[in-house]
Design a protein around this ligand. Structure first.
Ligand code: ATP
Ligand code: MG
Length: 364
């Protein structure tokens, strides 16, 4: 039987989604969804994972569940083609996490580079919540419960995927072929792997407050672009400028296409020409930022408009989520029953076991 092609990916409802999510994963998800090449697509809000480092602020997570759902719909995730669900509503995921915990060592988790940086970023010092520390295990459960083959995510998720693959291999080795090894699908454009923040910091992240949100108004986007980090040594227009590490150019790498130049900056044929001029000197930041703004507004405007439409019927959005949870739960339950059988903890639905034990005690 040919293996089904299944996508699973998600986001933490810790804030509204930003353009880093968009170029790192969301834009790709919509393309994959509409390609018709996948048998099933699961997109979920990792509220349980969001609580691991927001345990004292449940209201934040609750509020953002609806915000993220609106962002999904606004970007073109279509509930008729993709199942959108909420992690906490699928108890099977906790169960699978519990079994997976025995397949991973503490030292292996400690080596996970993403967890290391995230722990530093959050100033946990020595009081790291166990749930946060072990979230790569729960993420492996999220992926494997749906037998996902393809996981479209940003670069920071690479260690998580590797961890999930190891767990699958170990599980299947011990208990027999049951789970599917997932493949990571990274953006093919280098600028999108890990989009920097507007402050030039390594990653745009909800937790760092350096984001352009998909739901920001045109004015807010404009303002954020105007105050963006560029090349600190490019003081006068005539100075030669650096393109590498210059966030405005990274965003152009992520968003601009040749047709944008015809529309908004016809003096240049493409981004390479613009970069060459900036490097030579004689091109001011303001002009480049104006161009970036035009390019981004073109992409963000339809998303904003669609979001406004979905905002008109919030109960319908909750209803869509509820239905998604039901579909997802069914899929996860199926995998869990296979897992329990493989792990020999399916006592009551295993007639052979009962008959065999009866026989053993009869002949004792
Ligand atoms: P938090 O700070 O709460 O962890 P986050 O902004 O890192 O939030 P996540 O929900 O952890 O967002 O990530 C969701 C998805 O978006 C993941 O696939 C991740 O790789 C991708 N992603 C997040 N930030 C970026 C970014 N700056 N560039 C590219 N992809 C990103
Ligand atoms: Mg994150």
């Amino acid at each position: 039987m040919e293996q089904k092609k299944i996508i699973l990916t998600g986001d933490r409802p810790t804030g509204k989604l930003h353009i880093g999510h968009y170029v790192g994963s969301l834009r790709r998800r919509v393309e994959l969804q509409n390609s018709g090449l996948y048998d099933k697509i699961f997109i979920f809000e990792a509220d349980g994972q969001a609580l691991t480092d927001n345990i004292d602020d449940p209201e934040k997570v609750r509020q953002n569940v609806i915000e993220v759902a609106l962002d999904y719909l606004a970007c073109g995730i279509d509930p008729a083609k993709s199942t959108i669900f909420i992690q906490s509503q699928i108890p099977e995921l906790c169960e699978l996490t519990f079994y997976f915990m025995d397949l991973v060592t503490v030292s292996r988790l400690q080596r996970n580079p993403t967890v290391k940086t995230e722990i530093q970023m959050r100033n946990f010092e020595t009081s790291i919540p166990v749930g946060f520390f072990t979230y790569p295990i729960s993420q492996a459960a999220d992926i494997t419960a749906f037998k996902a083959t393809t996981v479209p995510v940003g670069e920071d998720q690479e260690p998580m995927l590797e961890q999930a693959r190891e767990i699958v291999r170990r599980f299947n080795y011990i208990y027999g072929d049951t789970l599917v090894e997932p493949e990571i699908l990274l953006p093919d454009n280098a600028a999108c792997l890990r989009l920097p923040g507007t402050d030039g910091k390594a990653k745009m992240s909800k937790s760092l407050g350096n984001c352009i949100y998909l739901s920001d108004s045109a004015d807010e986007v404009e303002k954020k672009i105007r105050s963006m980090y560029t090349d600190p040594d490019h003081l006068k227009v005539s100075d030669p400028g650096k393109v590498e590490g210059n966030t405005v150019f990274t965003y152009l790498d992520a968003f601009s296409r040749p047709e944008h130049f015809c529309r908004y900056l016809p003096d240049y044929a493409n981004l390479d020409e613009l970069k060459a001029h900036y490097r030579r000197g004689g091109l001011g930041d303001v002009k480049v930022k104006k161009f970036l703004s035009a390019v981004m507004q073109e992409e963000l405007e339809p998303i904003r408009t669609r979001r406004k439409e979905f905002e008109q019927d919030i109960p319908a959005v909750y209803d869509m989520l509820k239905k998604g949870c039901e579909v997802a739960r069914e899929a996860a339950a199926e995998t869990l029953s296979e897992v329990r059988r493989a792990m020999k903890i399916n006592y009551f639905d295993d007639e052979e076991l009962i008959a065999g034990q009866a026989e053993r005690f009869r002949t004792k």
